[in-house]
Design a protein around this ligand. Structure first.
Ligand code: FES
Length: 109
């Protein structure tokens, strides 16, 4: 049986929470399900609000990949957007992402 991929969320004060994600769900859904603060996800995952913004740890950027053009447009509404910014509702949890580290910005848009 394969293990559930672990995802670590670090908030802007440095508090770290590691939780288990389900393959097929998203990094946003995993945060909400586990009451991880710092992700609001007002639109419920439709790539239409930018309040699920995270900074992907540099070591994971290539594996997580680039935002789609639609996500890129939405990210313009994010706060503290950086080259490693992604909308966490657009990151699907896969076995490959076991150990993923993301940081939540000081506030959402
Ligand atoms: S939850 Fe709204 S864009 Fe991700």
């Amino acid at each position: 049986m394969s293990q559930m991929p672990k995802i670590t969320y670090i908030d802007h004060e440095g508090s770290t929470r590691t939780v288990e994600g389900e393959v097929g769900s998203t990094v946003m859904e995993t945060a909400i399900k586990n009451n991880v603060p710092g992700i609001e996800a007002e639109c419920g995952g439709a790539c239409a609000c930018a309040t699920c913004h995270v900074h992907v740890d540099e070591a994971w950027q290539a594996i997580v990949g680039e935002p789609s053009p639609m996500e890129e447009d939405m990210l313009d509404f994010g706060y503290d957007v950086r080259p490693n910014s992604r909308l966490s509702c657009q990151i699907k949890v896969t076995d490959e992402l076991d150990g993923l580290v993301v940081r939540t910005p000081e506030r959402q848009a």
